[in-house]
Structure formats: C-alpha cells, structure tokens
Design a protein around this ligand. Structure first.
Ligand SMILES: *Cc1c(COP(=O)(O)O)cnc(C)c1O
Length: 373
C-alpha cells in the first residue's frame, strides 16, 4: 500500500521551532508572552484595515467570546449559515440562544443573501430581531459580503464572520476577517496554517479585543486579590502555540499559492471527464483554496460517496462536504430558511486531498484513481 495521502495535514515552514525554542530559553511557557503578542501583531499586519487580534485557544472560543461581546444570551436568536462545520453554530447554543439556519447560494456555496433577508424579515415579524449574523467563508471561498453587509446595515444587525477556513482569502483585495464587526480565525491542525490548536478573534475596535482578552483570562478585575464581577473563561493562546503561529505566518502566502496549485491541477485534469464541476471564484473574489472541492454531476451516474470510499480503500483521504446544520439531529428544532442548495451540495460534493505539502506525484495519483473509477 502506498503512503497515505491526507486531506489536509500540518505543513511546517521551518522557523516555527526557532520561536518555540525562544519560548523555552526565556521560560515563557504560559498563555502569554512575546510570541502571543508577536503572533497577534503578525495577523494584524496581514489583515490590515486596522484590525485588532486576540489570540485564543480555538476558533470556537473566538466565536463564543464574540457572541458574548455582542450581548447574545438566553432566548435570543442568531442567524447562521447552515452549510458549515458545527463549531459555527455550537457557541450560539452555549449561550442559551437559538440558531436560525440559512441556506447557501450556488456561486460561493455560502450564505444566500436572498434567504438571509427572508429570515430577517420573518424573525422580526415573529417578534424577535436576530442578535447577529454568522456567514462562513467555506473552504476559503469568501461569502457574498457586500450584499450581506448592506442587508445587515439596513436591519442594524451585527455581522460575525466565521473566517476559520479563510485566512488569506479576499474580495477586491480586502481580506476575509475584516468585513464584520468581528471575525473568528482558526489554527487547528488541518487549517491553512496551524498552531497545533488555536484561534483568534479579529475585531474592528481595540475595546473588543481588550474585552475578549479579559474574558479569556478568567475575567479578573483590577485588584491584587482575585476579584470577579463577571464569569470568565480560560481561552487564551499559549506562548508555545503562538510561536508555531509566528513561524507559520512566514509561509502563509506560499502555502496559499500551493493550495491554489492543487485546485488548478485538479480542475484542469478532471474537468475534461465531463462528470465534475468546480467551485469558481466570482469576479474580484480570491479564495485561499483551503480545500479543493468538486461537484459530481447528478446525471453522470456517479455518487460522491462511492468515489470517497474508493479513494479510502487506496489510502487516500477525501471528505464529504459539510452536512448542513438544519439536517443535523442536534439542531432538528432550529428554524431553517432556504431550499435545496446546501442539501444538493452535501449530496453531490466531495473535498479532495488539499494539503500545501502534497507532492505532484500524489496529486497525479488522486487524479488517476478518480479517472479510472
Ligand atoms: C475549524 C472551524 C471552526 C472552529 O475552529 P477550531 O479552532 O477548531 O475551534 C469554526 N468554523 C469553521 C467553519 C471551521 O472550519
């Protein structure tokens, strides 16, 4: 059996160990220190737009704190894209609020502005204005932010971007994570860059960052003894992990270029088969191509799940598209606005091996087996 081809595995650039060693030499083995500040500065410089970053233990923690800062509490409603990883929606429920799921549109696979408006109007009619809107930049493809932001402004509802998969993606040069009032980033093991596990909250105001750091470090008030007027969390990023992050930032753009190479390779090698279609960038949209995904045309007679299991037998890891949240047993009582788009994407889509560390020979092997199949 040939070596396993992973969906998306960590890819170190080389400088990570230098930063981690510095942490050891200076004994900053703690959830604070020069690497944490350095990593935050690197991300702020990268995202631009005067963004403020709080480095945290995960992307999920970032979403949780952002929802707290937006005042979400028991009985509230929060609109969330249905086609996503469960971590986008779980923090809504941590706070006793209800997710309102919205379908995707074809062009980006992300939140449909039309169904979003339908959801907002109907929830307001039912007597509850949603407290936030969570669009997701799935697989690195930016959501329709201009349309979503203008609707959010019209109804005066803050936008919390889930940019966990989209570091380095942009619309007309403006980077994902800088559109909403706040955004989450993730550095989990299989994301475009990794800190082994970690995340960040990006916000437009320094106050939000300060409040997030306060909550993430157990909400200690200013006092020599331990004084608390609020419930806190243990969500800060460790200085060791942040050291890995600093090294990863040095190779981020290079890794994006390699992931885009994967996508271009698959698209040119597989399009001619006539059975597959690929998610393309709308004009002005730039995707980091975190994962290369394709759709199997329903009239081809092929099933995405059959392709996935076939590849699995050959030691090649592919993955189904995220199962929409409105189809998940745990969210079966949550309201949903939309039609069949996300369900069809789930049914017919597949994510191909997409790591920035894949060799040409491995990409060719994937393509060869798909074509043979
Ligand atoms: C990975 C991911 C998250 C969560 O990030 P963690 O760092 O794993 O907590 C949230 N949303 C999406 C869309 C993700 O892919």
């Amino acid at each position: 059996m040939k070596d396993k081809i992973w969906l998306s595995s960590p890819h170190m650039g080389g400088a990570e160990q230098k930063y981690v060693n510095e942490a050891f030499i200076t004994n900053w083995i703690a959830p604070l220190g020069p690497n944490v500040t350095g990593f935050e500065n690197d991300l702020e410089d990268y995202l631009k737009e005067d963004t403020h970053i709080a480095a945290l233990s995960s992307g999920t923690a970032a979403l949780h704190l952002a929802l707290i800062l937006l005042g979400v509490g028991p009985g509230d409603e929060v609109i969330c894209q249905s086609l996503t990883f469960s971590a986008s929606a779980n923090p809504i429920v941590y706070l006793g609020a209800t997710p309102i799921f919205v379908d995707s549109e074809q062009d980006t696979w992300n939140m449909s502005p039309e169904f979003l408006e339908e959801a907002i109007i109907e929830r307001i009619k039912k007597g509850k204005k949603p407290k936030a809107i969570i669009p997701v930049h799935l697989y690195g493809m930016p959501a329709r932010m201009p349309e979503i932001l203008s609707m959010a402004e019209q109804y005066d509802i803050p936008v919390l971007e889930d940019a966990a998969e989209a570091l380095g993606s942009s619309i007309n040069g403006r980077r994902c994570g800088t559109f909403g009032a706040m955004a989450c980033l993730s550095f989990n093991g299989n994301k475009i860059i990794t800190t082994s596990g970690g995340g960040a909250l990006a916000s437009k105001t320094f106050q939000n960052k300060a409040d997030a750091v306060f909550l993430a470090t157990q909400a200690r008030d200013q006092a020599p003894h331990y004084e608390h007027t609020q419930i806190g969390y243990n969500y800060r990023m460790s200085n060791i992990c942040a050291g890995i992050g600093r090294g990863q930032m040095e190779v981020l753009d290079e890794h994006i270029a390699l992931r885009r190479r994967n996508y271009d390779f698959y698209r040119s090698a597989l399009s001619s088969a006539g059975c597959f279609s690929f998610l393309q960038e709308p004009p002005g949209y730039f995707s980091n191509r975190w994962l290369s995904c394709m759709l199997i045309k329903p009239d081809s007679g092929l099933k995405s799940e059959d392709i996935r299991t076939h590849l699995e037998e050959l030691n090649i890891e592919a993955r189904p598209i995220w199962k929409p949240m409105h189809l998940q047993p745990v969210f079966k009582h949550a309201p949903y606005y939309g039609s069949q788009v996300s369900e069809d994407l789930f049914e017919n889509g597949i994510c191909l091996p997409s790591g920035s560390n894949l060799e040409n020979e491995q990409l060719e092997r994937v393509v060869e087996h798909i074509l043979k199949f």
